[in-house]
Design a protein around this ligand. Structure first.
Ligand SMILES: Nc1nc2c(ncn2[C@@H]2O[C@H](COP(=O)(O)OP(=O)(O)OP(=O)(O)O)[C@@H](O)[C@H]2O)c(=O)[nH]1
Ligand SMILES: [Mg+2]
Length: 225
């Protein structure tokens, strides 16, 4: 079995503590796959821009969507406790392909390009939107869960609400993460979170900060349910 070291990762000793108590967290939930132990490895597999056999192998896919710069790649890094896992494999500052990470050789974390980035050409923007929409709504691939990441300071944008509507229309299993809560003033926190809640409706929101490592355990638990 390939260890973390074999995989070239640099997981520190604190890494193993994230997924302690694995029997409850992993056991049985992804039946048929080896999910009964700690997260031992997180590997970048490949970036894809279209059909790929990889995504047909039956392993659960957990996809991360949201506007550009909201912190999708950072959230993946924080979940795996690997500082550069998602970033090293993407274009600097802008993920332009669907990056696929294999966790424990058992399930995939899927890092999608962001939407709504102002500094790219309209043509590239359209291509990225096409890729996102294809993967989520047109391809044959089934995602176990979609994590929609919203900027806690900015709140849900029109694009975020469109995306949410699409995910709901297609009956996806959705988790909403409000990232960058470290940027909120303590006095604004409740008001801001409530406002986001009002806009997204019934969905549970996980307040998150990749910088302060807030929400990591809660999101881990939610995606492994
Ligand atoms: N303050 C703060 N900054 C964050 C947080 N999470 C991410 N960032 C910063 O936000 C910027 C964008 O992060 P990325 O993870 O690259 O964002 P992304 O959504 O993957 O971006 P694209 O690949 O362009 O779609 C980086 O400068 C991060 O350091 C957070 O919780 N708090
Ligand atoms: Mg990214």
């Amino acid at each position: 079995m390939q260890s973390i070291a074999d995989a070239g990762g640099n997981f520190g000793s604190e890494y193993s503590s994230l997924f302690e108590s694995p029997e409850n967290l992993f056991g049985k939930r992804f039946s048929g796959y080896d999910t009964s132990m700690h997260i031992r490895s997180a590997q970048f597999i490949k970036g894809i821009t279209g059909e790929d056999d990889l995504l047909e192998d039956g392993k659960p896919q957990i996809a991360f969507v949201g506007r550009s710069n909201v912190g999708k790649s950072s959230v993946i890094n924080s979940l795996t406790r690997e500082k550069n896992l998602a970033r090293t494999s993407s274009f600097p500052g802008l993920t332009q392909q669907i990056n696929v990470f294999l966790i424990n050789k058992s399930f995939y974390l899927v890092d999608l390009p962001g939407y709504g980035y102002a500094k790219i050409s309209a043509q590239v923007g359209r291509q990225l939107s096409k890729l996102i929409n294809w993967y989520l709504f047109e391809s044959a691939y089934k995602q176990k869960t979609i994590v929609l990441i919203i900027d806690a300071v900015v709140g849900p944008t029109a694009n975020d609400l469109d995306m949410l509507q699409g995910l709901e229309d297609y009956g996806k299993n959705i988790i909403i993460v409000a990232n960058k809560i470290d940027k909120l003033k303590q006095s604004d926190y409740q008001k801001k979170l409530q406002k986001i809640q009002n806009l997204v409706g019934k969905h549970k929101i996980i307040p998150y900060s990749t910088q302060k490592k807030i929400g990591v355990n809660e999101l881990t638990d939610a995606i492994l349910k």
